[in-house]
Design a protein around this ligand. Structure first.
Ligand code: GLU
Length: 315
């Protein structure tokens, strides 16, 4: 194993590039507990298949995973319920609407458009329950395995805060229940969904997960296949097309990596075969994406040639 100096320098430069933009961001307040986030924090982590880890800034700081959990929920739903059942409840198309929008539920189709928005994730969450005695335990165990850390736990304060402020998510769940889309009672489904959003992670955890996705579900450190390649392919594709809220198209053009952001300030990204990346900076733009994280990833993509269409030429 050898440290890659180019990556070390790129990370330092990415922090310098991203920091000046961060004061435009605002921490999320619609979940009261998230309002406590410190907008000066910035953490960036990269993990590579040779076992190296590169950390810059606030890499130990824990934050709630929020919408990044939707990727793990989708994996669990596909493992538990299978392709046909999951995609009979949720579509595969980007919306161009806000992550918590419910407008298309009634106007276009009763099925939520994709598993990366709230309505879609609530539908996939319901696919994780049937026949499972402890669905949150199964989710937590999968999250720990993918992130490579057994001490990942529920943040009870965030969960309580989400639970109390969750009227909009409940409204979507009850609407879907009325359309027979949920496999379980709406209240139980949203409670599980809120818990899934409320586990605490840091960027080192998410970079580990991003690396597993980059290696098609295999943990390169142990050689263990943690997720089937067909599931990884679906999750990465939906991250690419729908993972950055209603800025997914712009992110695909500018950064060109499958990624998923959360309103806790985290972004998970995966560079095929090359590395897992994660950023944390709680100040968000209008669409809910972390500003510091976005700029850092944009810099790293250009500097390290990570864009999936960067047109590699043989030297
Ligand atoms: N728990 C959040 C919600 O349901 C997740 C939103 C997000 O991170 O995009 O509103």
């Amino acid at each position: 194993m050898s440290r890659d100096k180019h990556i070390e320098i790129a990370l330092q430069d990415a922090e310098r590039y991203a920091r000046p933009h961060m004061d435009q961001g605002k921490v999320a307040t619609y979940i009261p507990e998230l309002a406590k986030g410190d907008p000066t924090k910035l953490g960036i982590c990269i993990r590579t298949p040779d076992g190296e880890e590169y950390c810059q800034g606030d890499c130990q700081t824990e934050f709630s995973i929020q919408s990044i959990s939707k990727t793990i929920t989708l994996i669990l739903a596909l493992q538990t319920a299978g392709y046909d059942r999951v995609f009979s409840k949720v579509g595969m198309e980007p919306t161009g609407d806000a992550f918590n929008s419910m407008i298309r539920l009634e106007t276009l189709t009763t099925h939520p458009m994709n598993p990366m928005i709230n309505a879609g994730a609530i539908a996939t969450t319901s696919c994780c329950i049937k026949g499972c005695a402890d669905p949150f335990g199964a989710f937590l165990s999968l999250a720990r395995t993918l992130c490579g850390r057994e001490t990942i736990r529920l943040n009870k304060e965030v969960f309580t805060s989400e639970y109390q402020a969750g009227g909009r998510n409940r409204a979507m769940a009850y609407f879907m229940q009325s359309e027979n889309l949920l496999e379980w009672d709406a209240e139980d489904v949203v409670e599980l969904y809120f818990k899934m959003c409320s586990i605490n992670v840091n960027v080192r955890d998410l970079a580990h997960y991003g690396l597993v996705l980059a290696c098609n579900g295999k943990d390169p450190a142990t050689g263990r296949q943690l997720v089937d390649p067909w599931i990884c392919r679906i999750v990465k594709t939906l991250m690419m097309t729908c993972g950055m809220y209603d800025a997914s198209g712009e992110f695909a053009v500018k950064v060109g990596l499958p990624a998923k952001s959360g309103v806790g300030g985290g972004i998970l990204a995966s560079a095929e075969g090359r590395m897992g990346l994660a950023t944390f900076a709680p100040g968000l733009d209008k669409r809910g994406n972390s500003i510091g994280g976005w700029y850092a990833l944009e810099f790293l993509s250009q500097n390290l040639g990570l864009h999936c269409f960067s047109g590699h030429t043989e030297e």
